[in-house]
Design a protein around this ligand. Structure first.
Ligand SMILES: C[S@@+](CC[C@H](N)C(=O)[O-])C[C@H]1O[C@@H](n2cnc3c(N)ncnc32)[C@H](O)[C@@H]1O
Length: 216
């Protein structure tokens, strides 16, 4: 494990490589499960998009032809696969090795920021949301597909609690217990549109999701 002095992100070389391989392998299954929601919120993205936690490039397919992706991805073991995927898809990749809490981008520089399955893993989602507002231009959109905590007192919520430690260890800090809908609503966006849904997967604690758009 190494703490990158530049980003403050803990790179686990073995788990990072495992996750890069895992998300490449499971990508088609996740895509099959999430595409209805991604097609809706990622429709009509502009030519230049900032993506937080791009991983191995699951969302490259939602960018318009010839687009530029400014990818904020501090997990270096993901970079080789992300670069290869961008090349295959004809996307110009501008890869930034920094965390979403503190990007190296100027104020109000983009019209769209996207994320999928990332706010569950960042250290401080409220700081990330403030950073998104800082880099978006007025009228810009943050579009997201994320998994969230189930309602308190439900069996799914109990499973999320029970599996929290092995899940976080395996998936490098991922939490199934975050109320991200409330955080997005409290982050100071001009408008927020969020739809909750459930995935059909045997990983019951990973079933509760939201997809939406927040506008500055
Ligand atoms: C579960 S993966 C999802 C990857 C991809 N977005 C997808 O949908 O397949 C979570 C991603 O968030 C990244 N990540 C974790 N902490 C981060 C942070 N503080 N800032 C930016 N990205 C982060 C991880 O490196 C990883 O690529």
């Amino acid at each position: 494990m190494a703490l990158s002095p530049a980003t403050g992100f803990e790179v686990h070389s073995a788990r990072g490589r495992f996750n890069a391989a895992f998300f490449s392998l499971i990508g088609p299954y996740l895509e099959w499960n999430l595409r209805k929601h991604k097609r809706r919120v990622f429709a009509g993205l502009p030519q230049e998009v900032v993506e937080l936690g791009s991983g191995v490039g699951a969302n490259l397919r939602y960018l318009p032809a010839g687009a530029t992706l400014i990818a904020i991805e501090p997990n270096r073991p993901m970079h080789r696969r992300l670069r290869a995927a961008a090349e295959r898809r004809g996307v110009h990749l501008d890869l930034h090795d920094c965390v979403a809490e503190r990007t190296d981008l100027p104020d109000h520089c983009v019209d769209s920021v996207i994320s999928s399955l990332v706010l569950c893993s960042v250290i401080n989602p409220a700081e990330v949301l403030a950073e998104i507002r800082r880099i978006l231009r007025p009228g810009g959109t943050f579009r997201f597909v994320e998994h969230v905590a189930a309602p308190t007192g439900t069996a799914t919520r109990a499973l999320q609690r029970a599996f929290r430690r092995p899940w976080a260890w395996t998936f490098e800090g991922c939490s199934c217990e975050r109320d991200l809908e409330s955080l997005v609503c409290a982050a100071g966006f001009a408008s927020v549109d969020i739809a909750p849904y459930r995935l059909h997967t045997p990983f019951v604690w990973f079933n509760t999701h939201i997809a939406g758009t927040a506008r500055t």
